[in-house]
Design a protein around this ligand. Structure first.
Ligand code: GMT
Length: 376
């Protein structure tokens, strides 16, 4: 099949999932076209079976805000027409599902056999999508898609709660490349960061407010107070990084905290990690937690959204109520202090990650494309 995949190019989860899906589908012999405003971070090597198409946003003095959704729709029209797309799969509803609707309307019969599949990822529903400025358009565009998937049961329920969706939403969870994300020996790296054999606590995110990064710093400070020798690795960057840095200055823990910025090879950092902390205020899945688990790293997370569908309490780690920093610190300390418990959870984490194997989930998408196409 010729498959068009539309996504945001950033390090954010939806862009990662879309790009990894494109690679997985190309590995199965499909021809992939990725549409975005710049080359996705995870599209890191040259492949003849994946073509990247940059959305061309011509600027004009009249446009304080260039109409990205129109330029994207125009590119979709061209790809359906010239590249003979069989499927158009958009990741993140805003504005991708709306542009896809417009492209199909422009092409009329010529595109009637091309299903538009919209995958909902999270903030397109829970934060931005339900904002009154976008709600009507998002509702309409999801209903106009030929197929709709959500990355967790939680997100499916939230979508029905926020919108008047007439369609069946299929849950296809996010996935992980188990060969890439596995614990590998990085002793030199660990020695450099932890010369005294300290334990490593890691957090990975885009440092937006919703990730509650200052909570990670506070909980880690409790770990240190309990007497555990540890280092905290903060991977990623974003608006709340200064707040997190300020927090460690206030708590006097900066000597034990390293802000590593954005990293391409997160699996290398996870390979030397003993614990992953994700205290988000909202998370429809928590791909970062799954990446850690796949590297045999137990997770301490908040008990919200789709996180309990990934991190199983008392098995792969612990869940704490939202904002309960004390619980995060206590649970992290318990895992780091008890080798037997740590070993058991690390093993269970990897085992749980295997349920989200790339192979299995890419097949689910492939089957879903065929099913929706057959129903057109
Ligand atoms: O988490 C973010 O801020 C980025 C966002 C995105 O759209 O890229 O992530 C969402 O999609 C990911 C992939 O499906 C999920 O793993 C994240 O949980 C979800 N984020 C939120 O719901 C806040």
């Amino acid at each position: 099949m010729n498959i068009g995949i539309v996504c945001y190019p950033t390090f954010g989860g939806s862009g990662v999932v879309a790009t990894e899906l494109a690679k997985g589908l190309a590995d199965r012999g499909h021809n992939l076209h990725i549409l975005s405003y710049s080359r996705p971070a995870r599209l890191d090597s040259f492949r003849t079976d994946i073509t990247f198409h940059e959305v061309d946003l011509s600027s004009y003095p009249l446009f304080e805000y260039p109409p990205y959704d129109l330029a994207l729709a125009n590119l979709m029209v061209n790809l359906i027409h010239y590249e003979k797309l069989d499927v158009l799969h958009v990741h993140y509803a805003i504005p991708h599902a709306t542009s896809a609707y417009l492209a199909k309307r422009i092409l009329k019969d010529e595109a009637s056999h091309v299903p538009v599949i919209t995958t909902l990822h999270g903030t397109d529903i829970t934060l931005i999508g339900s904002d009154p400025s976008y709600k009507q358009v998002v509702d309409f565009s999801i209903n106009q898609s030929d197929g709709v998937t959500a990355v967790s049961e939680y997100l499916k329920k939230e979508t029905y709660r926020h919108f008047d969706i007439k369609k069946d939403i299929k849950v296809i969870p996010n996935f992980i490349d188990l060969n890439r994300f596995k614990k590998s020996k990085k002793e030199h790296f660990k020695k450099a960061i932890c010369p005294e054999g300290e334990k490593v606590v890691t957090h990975v995110s885009n440092f937006r407010e919703v990730k509650r990064v200052p909570d990670v710093i506070s909980a880690f400070s409790q770990v240190l107070q309990s007497g555990v020798k540890a280092k905290l690795l903060m991977v990623g960057d974003g608006p709340d990084r200064p707040r997190a840095e300020q927090k460690c200055r206030e708590l006097g823990t900066c000597d034990h905290v390293r802000f590593l910025g954005k990293q391409e090879q997160v699996e290398e950092v996870l390979s030397i990690s003993d614990l992953f902390m994700i205290p988000s205020g909202s998370e429809t899945f928590g791909l970062a937690a799954l990446e850690a688990m796949s590297c045999s790293v137990p997770v301490v997370s908040s008990n919200i959204g789709g996180l309990p569908e990934v991190n199983v309490h008392d098995e792969t780690g612990y869940l704490c109520e939202l904002g309960d920093v004390d619980c995060l610190g206590r649970r992290a300390t318990a895992i780091l202090k008890d080798e037997e418990l740590h070993g058991r959870m690390a093993q269970a984490a990897r085992k749980r990650a295997e349920m989200f194997s790339m192979d299995k989930i890419v097949s689910s998408y492939e089957d879903y494309y065929k099913e929706v196409k057959a129903g057109l």
